[in-house]
Unconditional design. Sequence first.
Length: 195
Amino acid sequence: MVGVLLLGPVAVELGTILLGVHTFMSLHVFVGLALIPPVLLKLASTGWRFARYYTRKEAYVEHGAPQIEMRLLAPLFVVATVVLFASGVAMGILHGQALVVARRLHGPASVVWLVLFAIHALVYLKRALIGSRQEIIAAAGRSVQGRRVRGYLIAATVVSGLITGAATIPAQHHWVNLRRDHHRGDHTGAAHTAR
């Protein structure tokens, strides 16, 4: 269900990139920051399933392992996720050479991440939709162990994401002014090099 909930915000992020990220930087930053808690929950839930499967817990073993291709892509996906979100946050708080490094990491990480996300979505979308539907049906019917806790956790994650995005609106000028600062830095750097 968390994976399905990520589809909308990720589509918005992709839209801001395709339409011109500097034009839609405020929306891009808001949605990117709002995505952090759900993405962390997704990483945690996937890590939990990974650990339970490889410690041979019966229910997880019966469910089976992911396809070998997806298992091989998983470490790259996790690294790309960490680099993408860490560099995005870093661009709002760092200055100087550290900011340059964060910017150089963020662009390529976003391309790698979006490609891996698309592969992941194509492979798991049908299963995720069926699982989410069953979870919703179960909510209306008999009680399933852990269902209520999962529901509260997902709701809390979405709300905390929105709060994170909203709380950082006053500081968004750091991200919004990146393009202007970048050009100013280029001219300064060029003048410095000319000397």
